[in-house]
Design a binder for this molecule. Sequence first.
Ligand SMILES: Nc1ncnc2c1ncn2[C@@H]1O[C@H](COP(=O)(O)OP(=O)(O)OP(=O)(O)O)[C@@H](O)[C@H]1O
Length: 320
Amino acid sequence: MDAITVEGLTKTYGSGWPWCPPIVALANLSLSVPQGEIFGFLGPNGAGKTTTLKILLGLMRTTSGKATVLGKPAGDVQTRAKIGFLPEAPYFYDYLTAEEFLGFYGQLAGLSRSSIHRRVTELIELVGLCEARTRQLCKFSKGMLQRVGLAQALIHDPELVILDEPMSGLDPVGRKHVRDVILGLRERGKTIFFSSHIIADVEVMCDRVGIVVKGRMLTSGRIDELVNHQNTQSVEIGFRNVRVDDLPVTRERATRVLQQRGQCLVVLPNADLVEETLAEIRKQGGKLVSVTPQKGSLEELFMRQAVEDRLVVCAESRAA
Ligand SMILES: Nc1ncnc2c1ncn2[C@@H]1O[C@H](COP(=O)(O)OP(=O)(O)OP(=O)(O)O)[C@@H](O)[C@H]1O
């Protein structure tokens, strides 16, 4: 069963000026998140990630389209109790200590006194704040606040955890810690939906990813499938005794060229181009050193999608 389904979601905001058109934050966006998986919602600034999260939480209405969370329409009150949420910029009560802050959220979630005590202790340990549990939040660093925010989202042991930029403000050690917490949640059968523009975090943690740009979902699916699909084509060829400037066809086709210490490396976007390229290298007296299929990355996919999207937008605006 899917924990989240979104179908044809569109959201427009008023521009604030009668003579300006509305701002389209989401345009016919669809996605699904299977239960028990980690889904990374990846996109640049202003792509529509926070807007989507707010709609899923019932904090905002859609202009059109449908969103279902844990089998109920987004915003359903009983379902809301099964969701934990870390906002992008959470509000912290400066003069509460970490344990008072978490206890307060435990009360809001309707937990009993004994469960609050147990959960606060467990979570403070989980996010690595044992030494600071009785310190006021105004004395916390940004990274420590981010961790206490994550603990707050988990206080009622939710089925679904929605996190808006959970790694923001964390140093590499803090990021690894939060990553481990998220992976631990999946091991316990929880579903995690998080937004980010940090590709490396998404790549190491997520089962699935959705890439959103300007409110449109450019691609979504299992990371290994998306990355492998694009990788089948890319090949790196190494050679010496000839410069790439003397190989006009190869130079034109290469997506990357590197010349160093008498050796030249070119990356071809498509394995079908290898034979012709090898022929051109040999014809010019070049000596082949290596032919290596490229292992691509989510970053390459993301950049490719973003570039393709920009080309489509340019073509559309030229046609208009
Ligand atoms: N309250 C609002 N009123 C008008 N426009 C808004 C409002 N909130 C968001 N927008 C616009 O909607 C678009 C999507 O914004 P959103 O905050 O969802 O993006 P995001 O992907 O979360 O960005 P970021 O990574 O920078 O947080 C942007 O163009 C933004 O300017």
